[in-house]
Write a protein that binds this ligand. Structure first.
Ligand code: GTP
Ligand code: MG
Length: 294
């Protein structure tokens, strides 16, 4: 069979996770309207006759303000090691800026003459007018040309909407085309790599971000406290005592909604327990980040 890995990279919030989910046809990675939602490399699998593609979602590359931010950049950098394709995503609704330039420079440097096939993809085409999407493609092309190097001439360009799926099939075909001969890394039918407990912790974070993002943009961490199927206990950690109330909500309303939303996406029979604790200033504490696997 043919098989290989494609990493999706880009600035925060450009729609990397949404695209990964669209490519895989399932929710593999959580999505939120806030930057820095994805915090680890997250893998999903696309199966075709005689071919298997592992899609790797990565944290957004940004200028870090905390130790957490540095770890996210490190994770994004590590995720592009040894892949067969690099998909650099830019956002159609904003000009190609210095942040994108850094991402494109990284991609070209990694691809070189013989490394992973570089793709540059303008996302959110549904949210911009056609001429704007065309302008973004040209901006991206001229950034790539200015950066130069051996990979510049190898770049293939696409415009897509991860939300509507427009343009995604041609991109997926092009990625499958560059896969080498290799073993099937995952059994047929496996789309999501994470186990149910890890997934529960992510789904809890997603449901929470949708509700409290204005108050607590990055302060939330979730982790599996214990998992003895069907009981999964997820701990929600915030940075200060005063933030607990926001997560819990009036009369426990927020926490209850979060539990309901996450449970609905977990395997039947899963019993999800939630609790909230404080880890003082965790985003800036290397020791805590080590302990939590960042
Ligand atoms: N209109 C539109 N919105 C999109 C599209 N793709 C993603 N979004 C929105 O953009 C926001 C960010 O999406 P994510 O997929 O979480 O972005 P990301 O690049 O993974 O972000 P980080 O993990 O934080 O780096 C969400 O509100 C998405 O719904 C798209 O094709 N069109
Ligand atoms: Mg993401």
């Amino acid at each position: 069979v043919r098989s290989g890995f494609a990493a999706v990279v880009g600035r925060p919030n450009v729609g990397k996770s949404t695209l990964c989910n669209r490519l895989c046809g399932e929710k593999v990675s959580i999505v939120a309207a806030t930057p820095n939602t994805t915090r680890h490399a997250v893998r999903g699998v696309v199966h075709r006759d005689g071919a298997q593609l592992v899609v790797v979602d990565t944290p957004g590359v940004h200028r870090p303000k905390t130790a957490l931010g540095e770890r996210l950049n490190d994770a994004a950098r590590a995720a592009v090691d040894d892949v067969d394709a690099l998909v650099a995503l830019v956002d159609a609704t904003a000009p190609v800026g210095p942040g994108d330039r850094r991402v494109l420079a990284q991609v070209l440097a990694t691809s070189g003459a013989t490394g992973p096939q570089p793709f540059v993809v303008v996302n959110k085409a549904d949210a911009a007018r056609r001429p704007t999407v065309a302008a973004r493609l040209l901006e991206a092309e001229s950034v790539v040309a200015a950066l130069g190097g051996e990979a510049a001439g190898r770049v293939e360009y696409f415009a897509v909407s991860a939300v509507t799926g427009a343009g995604v099939d041609p991109l997926l075909d092009a990625v499958f085309d560059v896969l080498p001969e290799g073993p099937a890394w995952y059994p047929a039918g496996t789309v999501v790599e994470a186990d149910a407990a890890e997934r529960a912790a992510e789904l809890v974070r997603e449901a929470l971000l949708a509700r409290v993002r204005d108050e607590l943009p990055h302060a939330i961490h979730t982790r599996v406290a214990s998992a003895e199927w069907p009981v999964v206990s997820v701990e929600i950690l915030v940075e200060r005592e005063s933030q607990k109330g926001i997560v819990i909500g009036r009369g426990g309303r927020v926490l209850k909604e979060v539990g309901t939303e996450a449970r609905a996406q977990l395997p039947e029979g899963c019993f999800l327990e939630l609790r909230v604790s404080v880890e003082e200033g965790w985003q800036s504490r290397g020791d805590v980040l080590d302990r939590w696997g960042y």
